[in-house]
Design a protein around this ligand. Structure first.
Ligand SMILES: Cc1ncc(COP(=O)(O)O)c(C=O)c1O
Length: 383
């Protein structure tokens, strides 16, 4: 059997060999970074070096980075802040977010709405999947506590203009958060060029390990902790630090920054190759807009249910995804596709191909050859 072709990098990415090596060589460090002795302080030093590297990826100061267990935790910390910091006798202030966010934003919003009458406004995207400054401006209220708009969408790769969205006039105490989990390493990010307060990153999307992520916090008194306990992470996130994960995240961030231009060019070239190949197949609808992540292509192969396509490709050794990995297993169309189109056929047949640094042009050729043989068969089967 020929080797697997992995084109599901937005779901997760393989550990970079240098990251793997960094984990192996860090295995002997066991000190608790909060301990005053030398073994503890050796770990502390490794954490602070990693913090420098993660901060550098987004142009932040190291003290503006706190490590969390996941992008989901960082997003929950942001969304639950108004609830956690408002006295029970006062009404909760508003959250403005979008209908195309990741579930780690949408689900806490829904939870708080249902259990604590949290007011939430969901901005709708354009048919290209983009949130406009006008739509944000029309929804900002004096009681808005948080605006949370993702930098790039995990399913379609659409990019939101965070630079202009963050310039939309907002009340002085309204915090602007962007979930940059998918954008990091694929788009240049400099927090000082953006008028934002909070930004989420996750290591496993940039060839780091799963279970380690970070939240950029412009000023340490902006948020309430989700986890209370020890004084780790500037008292914002209790719990003995994930030393190995943090070290590896630092190396992954360093590599992502150093290789960003070449990775981006490589992905963009393979994506163009895919689009050129797909233009030879009838009834393919491209759901990814022109201005999008260089590595992401979401297409609907009309007439073929997405699950059937993904499973058939998997049998042939090609790993892709139906919309978001998190919604896999449900036959409901993805909330992102529903937000950009009313066509059931487009919604039900949407698949995502997401490319990474180790993908090759030969692999894309192999995928195209496979498409040409299996699409007619599957269309016939599902007619
Ligand atoms: C846009 C976006 N935000 C947040 C997350 C959650 O990150 P994590 O897997 O680290 O919890 C993901 C993961 O798929 C994502 O794509």
């Amino acid at each position: 059997m020929s080797p697997k072709i992995y084109l599901d990098w937005n779901s997760t990415s393989p550990l970079h060999p240098t990251v793997q090596a960094s984990i192996k060589s860090a295995l002997s460090h066991y000190g608790n970074p909060s301990s005053l002795h030398q073994t503890g302080q050796a770990s502390r030093e490794l954490i602070e070096t990693a913090r420098d590297k993660v901060a550098a990826l987004i142009g932040a100061h190291p003290h503006q980075i706190i490590f969390t267990s996941s992008g989901s935790e960082a997003n929950n910390m942001v969304i639950k802040h108004p609830f956690a910091s408002t006295p029970r006798t006062s009404p909760l202030p508003r959250i403005i977010t979008t209908s195309i966010e990741h579930s780690s934003i949408l689900t806490p919003c829904q939870f708080l709405s249902q259990t604590h009458a949290q007011p939430v406004t969901y901005l709708a995207p354009t048919p290209q999947g983009i949130i406009t400054p006008e739509s944000l401006a029309s929804e900002i209220t004096p009681d808005t506590a948080i605006i949370s708009i993702m930098m790039a969408n995990n399913e379609t790769g659409s990019i939101n203009p965070i630079d202009t969205l963050s310039q939309v006039n907002r009340p002085k105490n309204t915090l602007f958060h962007t979930d940059a989990t998918q954008a990091a390493g694929k788009l240049p990010i400099n927090v000082h060029d953006l008028n934002i307060d909070l930004l989420t990153l996750s290591a496993h999307k940039i060839q780091g390990p799963k279970g380690i992520a970070a939240l950029y916090i412009r000023k340490d008194d902006l948020l309430t902790p989700l986890l209370h306990g020890g004084s780790q992470e500037q008292r914002l996130r209790a719990g003995t630090e994930n030393l190995l994960g943090i070290i590896a995240f630092g190396i992954a961030a360093d590599l992502a920054k150093a290789n960003q231009d070449s990775n981006t060019a490589h992905s963009a070239q393979l994506k163009s190759q895919l689009i050129a190949g797909l233009s030879q197949i009838d009834n393919i609808h491209i759901n990814t807009p022109e201005n999008s992540l260089p590595n992401t292509l979401n297409i609907s192969i009309l007439g073929i249910p997405a699950e059937a396509m993904v499973m058939r490709m998997d049998q042939e050794g090609v790993e892709i995804s139906t919309g978001s990995a998190c919604s896999t297993g449900s036959t409901e169309p993805s909330h992102v596709l529903k937000a950009i189109t009313t066509s059931k056929d487009i919604q039900m047949s949407a698949i995502r191909i997401s490319i990474g640094s180790t993908a090759t042009s030969q692999e894309i050729d192999a995928v195209m050859t496979l498409f040409k043989t299996i699409i007619p068969k599957l269309r016939q089967h599902h007619a």
